[in-house]
Unconditional design. Structure first.
Lengths: 275, 249, 249
């Protein structure tokens, strides 16, 4: 696994590519950033990371970047920033220390810092590889394949307050009485029905008869219907129908006084009008 | 810097990896079992489905007597918390059947009753003795068996008897536990129509002639009720007798 | 170090087992302990995840000495094909490590993590709690959201909290599943952690005078112009102040 980290430093390939006139072979993407590139370069020095020569490293880095630029590879800005910073560091390291610039950070310290960062990154890489050499679940050791599982069942501890019950009762009663109040189909003789019946009954009377017939005798009997239609409804609808028929001139209607029986007769014959 | 700290740390990493791995390599303190048996055990343990003998044979050394090993392993595990069982010609480990209930951890969590249960309970309280059909009639909605069951399980509702009508439906009523839970001395302590109205719990649009029963909980059966003869449920029968006795006492 | 701990633990196990074995000899208590062992075994076999001692204690009879029972069970299984091990401060059964070569058929495809993800995982594990800016500082490069997302999806990394610094950046850490996956008892078991720490290689930030201009990702460079947003990145903020000081001097 640690070998993975050392791949991709393909100077040779880059050189070959340059000779052949091909650009863009240098795999700068192999390094995630300038620090990774520096780390690979440091490894190439084949000495302890603690003893790397920052000067040499800076030169190699700058040379590498230059090669990349010659190959017209698009370099991320941070590679260039690092290059210029290293160039600066290099100049500071070469120039004698004494002078008026004492406020500036010591070049040695900056170099040590860079070395530390490289060491820290290298350490993390080693740690990662160590981690993955541990016995892993599903690789070196295996968990039970068919665990039944430990279930946790929560049984509800049902609770309610007296208020809940009262409220529920109120809601339930109100709902059933108000919302669910369906009107029963009214048990009535419709006006339409009464009219048809009465017209037929009038026609049934002797056409030449001038006799008055009591309306009540023409009414349908209760047995005529499947349902129990109340007599009052039959009477009311029939009376209304008789008034309509009279108005239309199909029959005549007579009542001698309030609450006295009502009499009818056909009006298809020419008869004197009386009402 | 005299020594490369990275190298030193790397050595530390290396020795940790070794010691951590070694930790898992527990030397057998008890009796060591034969290698084939160990492998069989591991295979069956890690398998995601029951394995047939043929597959086991393929995965074990050629000379292994799989049948004998399986028998041995099954014997080793018989009586333990985990057993090696054979299901339809395949083998698998499973936790001992008698321990199954212990694998379920039952926790109690307070929960509010559903609206349906509350309404049903309220109707039983006010209208008892009441049949399911009557409850449905008052609610205007069907009442699922589960709803009444919940109330019975809670010990708040109970079967009282059977209504003396065609079909002899069961009648429901409330229990002493119901009174106790709701801090009622007597069922007649439940507020009546005017109280409910005053409290705004009854819809003001209810018709003037709206009636609601005075809640009563006659311990003895009413004239309209027959005793339950639910031999199906002996417990209940006993309860019923007991209560009856109590009455007489 | 972990080796000492292992040794200490081994001693503890030994004494627990000895005392338990003695008690097993006495008949009535012996039976109870056998029953507890069976249940413990079943619980550990049935569990999908490693179980902690507390949970086991809750599921076993009140008077059961869970520590001793675990020690006994671990010993019973040492040398078998399946071992009882402790990971992430919890217990679980798993196949014996030396059987690995024989279990290749059931091996899962190894998780191919990118180099970035590997490094990020190590940094999170060893430096936790760690902010994204700190991860980036170690790697010297921007860490894409996707990289951390991969680790979170694997269930290895998690959000821990927020750092009490300007911008209150989120901190990351590892999960118990991470420990369990790598067979670690706890974070201090991370390979070479002590050595890395001793070598100062786990220091999240450097002494002030060690600051150097950060060759950071282009995003951060453009941000340089806006000091308010620089607060997101404590390093940058400090740099900025320092440069300012230098100018004045």
């Amino acid at each position: 696994m640690s070998d993975d980290f050392q791949e991709n430093l393909d100077f040779e390939a880059a050189d070959n590519a340059a000779e052949e006139g091909e650009s863009l072979v240098l795999d700068i993407d192999g390094y995630e950033g300038p620090l990774h590139l520096l780390l690979e370069l440091a490894r190439k020095q084949k000495v302890d990371l603690a003893r790397i020569s920052i000067l040499e490293l800076a030169e190699q880095y700058i040379a590498f970047i230059k090669t990349a630029q010659d190959l017209r590879i698009e370099l991320a800005a941070d590679y260039l920033v690092m290059a210029s910073w290293l160039a600066y560091l290099k100049s500071r390291l070469i120039i004698p220390k004494d002078g008026p610039e004492e406020q500036l950070p010591e070049a040695d310290e900056l170099a040590a810092h860079l070395a530390f960062r490289l060491q820290r990154l290298e350490a993390m890489r080693r740690a990662a590889s160590g981690l993955f050499r541990l016995p892993q679940e599903g690789q070196a050791v295996f968990k039970r394949g068919m665990p039944e599982g430990l279930r946790s069942r929560t049984t509800p501890l049902w609770g309610a307050e007296i208020f809940d019950i009262l409220e529920a009762y109120g809601t339930s009663r109100s709902r059933s009485l108000i919302k669910n109040h369906k009107l029963p189909r009214p048990l009535v003789l419709s006006l339409e029905g009464a009219r048809t019946r009465l017209k037929r009954a009038i026609m049934g009377l002797a056409s030449d008869s001038e006799d008055w017939t009591s309306l009540d005798s023409l009414l349908p009997t209760k047995n005529e219907f499947e349902e129990d239609i109340p007599v009052s409804s039959i009477k009311a609808s029939s009376l209304l129908a008789s008034l309509e028929l009279t108005k239309e001139g199909h029959m005549e209607l007579r009542q001698s006084g309030a609450f006295t029986p009502i009499f009818v007769r056909g009006a298809d014959r020419k008869v004197d009008k009386e009402t | 810097m005299s020594e490369d700290r990275v190298e030193k740390a790397a050595e530390g990493i290396e020795s940790s990896v070794v010691s951590l791995t070694a930790r898992l390599q527990s030397a057998p303190e008890g009796e060591a079992i034969e290698a084939d048996l160990r492998l069989l055990e591991a295979l069956l343990f890690a398998a995601v489905e029951p394995i047939d003998t043929q597959t086991l044979r393929e995965r074990l050394p050629e000379d292994a007597d799989v049948g004998a090993l399986l028998a041995r392993l099954a014997r080793d595990y018989s009586g333990r918390g985990v057993n090696l069982v054979r299901v339809a010609d395949r083998w698998r480990f499973q936790t001992a059947i008698d321990l199954e209930p212990h694998l379920v951890d039952i926790k109690e969590a307070p929960r509010k009753l559903s609206k349906a249960a509350l309404e049903t309970l309220a109707i039983i309280a006010y209208h008892q003795p009441v049949t399911r059909a009557e409850i449905e009639d008052v609610r205007g909605v069907a009442v699922s068996k589960g709803t009444i069951d919940v109330l019975m399980e809670l010990g708040w509702a109970r079967l009282r008897g059977r209504r003396r009508t065609p079909g002899r439906p069961v009648t429901y009523g409330t229990t002493e536990a119901f009174l106790a839970h709701f801090n009622l001395e007597d069922i007649s302590d439940l507020p009546g129509r005017d109280d409910l109205k005053a409290a705004g719990l009854l819809d003001p649009r209810l018709p003037k002639d709206f009636e609601m029963p005075e809640p009563m909980m006659p311990d003895a059966l009413t004239n309209e009720e027959d005793p339950l003869e639910d031999e199906d449920d002996p417990n209940f029968f006993e309860d019923f007798l007991e209560e009856d006795d109590g009455d007489r006492a």
